[in-house]
Design a protein around this ligand. Structure first.
Ligand code: X8Z
Ligand code: ZN
Length: 669
């Protein structure tokens, strides 16, 4: 029960409020309380309330309610105990009840003739629920308890080995997977060990699906997946085809990377490096095979060319901070054991702050404001030693007027550094649209929210990294270009099919085409189809492997990340153009360019006040998401990969863990 309720508020923020990004970022609108439920903030709708008056009341309620709800959620995630969980759950129950009533009232208005803002606000209210809750108060309560229990099971999840080997948390398991020195057997044990944490969630997830589907039907949708697909300013029925179209554009690039990686794994592990052409899940350096950066030692195209050892540089800086603190204290020998622990903690904190300020300086260099002082006093930047917290990184708007925070357990490595730049993207988006009415305080769509910071990450070129002292002056050669492209591809290209498959699974679960007795088989079928990834061994229905990924028990829709990985290249290209960049796209670094900053900020200030197509057009000139900027960016690498893969039989077929419906063989592009 440790962190049982910790993720609840984040998971449930249905539509009224924009809660923490990375948990969910839906907009929403509140409503009148249903009889016999937890007390609600707002009174029942006044008789004859007009649509304008209703929207004004919803906005006012959001202003009033947000601080209480976010404070409860923040405490639930950063001070996990029974008191914080109780308060958080109560706030959530009240909020969901209120939101249901607001959605109901929103549906009662005829939008013809309404002013555009009111019509947009009503629309957002009706389509923005990531957790559609049943009206029946007992069922609503049951749903919040299930979500809470699943979140807690994940948050407190540990791999406990037999004997006296103890238990490992997600950070410790991830370290084993990331370590190039780990043996094949250690990798397999660690991967399988982490996937024990989700076994107890299976029944809960099944009931969760029933309950949210009931909520979705009451809101007028076919199922919860239908609600999720409705929030993109296009017919929900068209959205899947749109995502398929985008995937089709970038799939050939992914398949080349998959083929190259598989060959390198075979070179390292022999026949265990490939399963029917697929990559074994436990060999990618990542629990979910979504980022292959940890495979750099075996995938680096040109050894030693243009060294980009950002992690090494960050570790050195952290050690230097520690040395200075220790020397100021008179040397390690002078310190008690407790003081030594304390000084290490201080060094971690100073390093985390330094990394965060580095990220902040990119944004301020574009002309965006400095972060408020309270960001640094109130954020959680390192993992506390005295209590349980949810470490998964997230960015929080604590109120509707610019009180922002971040929650992370920062370690000095490259992946964490880029995650900070990602999180500050959410934070600056909150700041950019804070003067909009609360119902418009959200991303143009959720993929925009995820793309803001990642666009900045694309600008972290070797030149930029050298300018902030993290790498030496970059080498200039064709080999260095390929190395640098590979570094980016292991994060950005490897991610693409993962970003798509999670919700392919959930959409199927919600619409019933994936039955509970087929949950795990369908999961691996989709992993095979999209990623060309196979499990470590037989994964029968006694497992619930989807639940071992944060966003499934946390109920965060995931297609947003796929869209972000397309959009961020479009944003990047436009900002590069705005900055006057000439030359290949991948060489562009728009740091410190005021024109790029002005255009980005203007786009961000729009929030959710207009359809995203309009917002995209204002920045890029086009109204469509489009993978061609991804392909333009990675053109040198794609050519290089095709050359490397010549004569290899790329593609894969589903193997040992044969799915119910075999996925088709995927030929190399
Ligand atoms: O969850 C996150 C962020 C918070 S929005 C840390 N991301 C996804 C993940 O970790 O699975 C960023 C990339 C994908
Ligand atoms: Zn995010």
């Amino acid at each position: 029960m440790k962190s049982q309720r910790a993720l609840l508020a984040l998971a449930i923020s249905a539509s009224l409020l924009a809660l923490a990004a990375c948990n969910k970022t839906d907009t929403a609108a509140p409503a009148a309380p249903a009889a016999g439920t937890a007390p609600a903030t707002s009174a029942a709708a006044p008789a004859g309330e007009t649509a304008d008056q209703f929207v004004a009341r919803v906005n006012k309620t959001a202003v009033e309610m947000t601080p209480e709800l976010t404070s409860a959620a923040w405490l639930g995630a950063t001070y996990i105990n029974s008191d914080s969980q109780r308060l958080e759950a109560l706030a959530n129950e009240r909020y969901l009840t209120l939101n249901n009533a607001f959605v109901e009232q929103a549906k009662s208005y005829d939008v013809t003739g309404l002013n555009a803002d009111t019509a947009r606000a009503l629309h957002l209210l009706k389509v923005s629920a990531s957790l559609p809750a049943p009206r029946d108060p007992a069922k609503l309560k049951e749903l919040t308890e299930i979500v809470s229990r699943m979140g807690g099971t994940y948050g407190a999840g540990k791999w406990c080995q037999d004997g006296d080997k103890g238990c490992k948390d997600i950070g410790q398991v991830s370290e084993i997977l990331a370590n190039p020195a780990s043996s094949y057997d250690d990798l397999k044990a660690a991967w399988e060990g982490w996937h024990t944490i989700s076994v107890p969630m299976r029944k809960d997830y099944q009931r969760f699906v029933e309950l949210t589907n009931e909520g979705a039907r009451e809101m007028g949708f076919a199922n919860t997946g239908d609600v999720w697909r409705a929030g993109y300013d296009m017919p929900a029925a068209d959205f899947q085809a749109e995502a398929d179209r985008l995937w089709g554009q970038v799939q050939p690039l992914y398949e080349q990377l998959q083929c190259y990686t598989r060959e390198k794994l075979v070179a390292k592990y022999g026949e265990q490096g490939s399963v029917d052409g697929m990559i074994p899940a436990h060999l990618t350096g990542n629990l979910w095979q979504q980022d292959w950066g940890n495979l750099w030692p075996i995938l680096q195209p040109y050894d030693g060319v243009g060294s980009l050892d950002v992690t090494g540089a960050l570790e050195k800086q952290r050690d230097a901070i520690l040395s200075e603190l220790v020397s100021d204290a008179g040397g390690m020998g002078k310190l008690t054991a407790a003081e030594q622990v304390e000084i290490e903690r201080k060094a971690d904190y100073q390093m985390a702050t330094r990394m965060t300020k580095l990220a902040e300086s990119f944004y301020t260099g574009l002309g965006m404001p400095a972060l408020p002082e309270t960001f640094y006093t109130d954020s959680m930047l390192v993992q506390p030693r005295d209590r349980e917290v949810v470490c998964h990184a997230s960015a929080w708007p604590m109120n509707t007027s610019g009180d922002v925070r971040m929650k992370m357990c920062i370690k000095p490595n490259e992946e964490e550094l880029t995650t900070i730049y990602h999180e500050l993207g959410h934070i600056y988006y909150y700041l950019a649209y804070k003067d909009k009415p609360p119902m418009f305080q959200n991303g143009a769509h959720d993929g925009f929210h995820e793309a803001i910071g990642d666009t900045i990450v694309l600008s972290m070129t070797p030149d930029y990294l050298a300018s902030i002292g993290l790498v030496d002056k970059p080498a200039v050669s064709d080999e260095a270009v390929i190395n640098s492209q590979m570094r980016m591809a292991l994060a950005k290209v490897a991610f693409l099919p993962f970003g798509l498959m999670i919700d392919r699974w959930r959409w199927g679960v919600f619409d019933g085409s994936i039955a509970p007795e087929n949950y795990n088989a369908a999961w691996w079928e989709l992993k095979a189809k999209y990623q060309g990834v196979a499990p470590s061994g037989a994964r029968g229905e006694e497992f619930f492997d989807a639940g071992a990924k944060y966003h499934v028990p946390g109920n965060t829709p995931y297609t947003r990340y796929f869209l972000s990985h397309i959009l961020q290249f479009q944003f990047y290209k436009s900002l590069c153009d705005a900055s006057g960049h000439t030359g290949p796209l991948y060489t562009c670094n728009f740091a410190n360019n005021p024109e790029a900053g002005k255009r980005y900020w203007a786009m961000m200030q729009r929030g959710a006040s207009q359809p995203w197509q309009q917002t995209l057009k204002e920045l890029t000139g086009g109204e469509q998401m489009d993978g061609s900027a991804v392909l333009e960016y990675f053109a040198p690498l794609q050519t290089w990969l095709v050359e490397q893969n010549k004569g290899k039989s790329c593609g894969w077929t589903p193997g040992g863990n044969a799915p119910a419906t075999p996925a088709p063989a995927t030929p190399a592009g």
